[in-house]
Design a protein around this ligand. Sequence first.
Ligand code: GSH
Length: 251
Amino acid sequence: MAILYTFGASHYCEKARWALDLSGLDYEEVRWAPGPHLIAARGLAPGTSVPILRLAGSTIQGSDRIIDRLEAEGRSLWCTEVEPDETEEIVRLERRADEGIGVAVRRLAYAMTLPAKGGHSARRLFTDAVWWQRPLARMMWPITRRAIMKGLGATAADLPDARAALEQELDHFDALLADGRRFLVGGRFTRADIALASLLSPIADPPQHPVYPGLPDSTATETLKAAYGERPCVRWAGQIYRDFRTPSPSP
Ligand SMILES: N[C@@H](CCC(=O)N[C@@H](CS)C(=O)NCC(=O)O)C(=O)O
């Protein structure tokens, strides 16, 4: 059976999980915890980031590559038969969601929670990880926490920048959706919609999300929702979840 390695709360992992759920592929999800994942990931893939998919003897790292593979196998339930100019637009918007919204949401969420010591965000990050990683993750947390703040530019001093970066990305997608379109490209549900909706899920916090409702509450989610929950692109993400997010099997 295929295995998807994730962080339960990661929005990039949710993107891959959503695509896998739609593909009908039989898979198991194994959730890791930040810190110990470094050892586990290096044993499997060139880099340390999740999601990682093990499928038929191969290892695919990165949500975009995982979706590429599902498409190559003809397993996509989203629309792939599009015009060449639409393909370019789908690629462009998925990349913008990955590199813009995805990065900015994560940075702001961490900048709001990690600088205050207290373990609140740690509980959310570890709670559903495989049993053997949890004690290790707790031990490593002081180092992991500092590494994340430094690596992602998520210190208290970074808050204004992090907020501005996210707002710039939200403005971009709000403007794109201002014509009332239901889907990002070509009037059909494509991988660009999966990308943007999943990467906005930490703000949209949709009830259909297969992981968030079971996690400890997050002050970051509440603050992000209060600040940006009414943004058109965030409301759009909630609607895409309502219409297209089928439940995934429990890990
Ligand atoms: N563009 C990548 C981003 C993946 C990513 O940044 N994953 C984070 C979790 S949100 C991660 O694994 N960080 C730990 C690491 O890189 O070691 C994708 O779409 O898969």
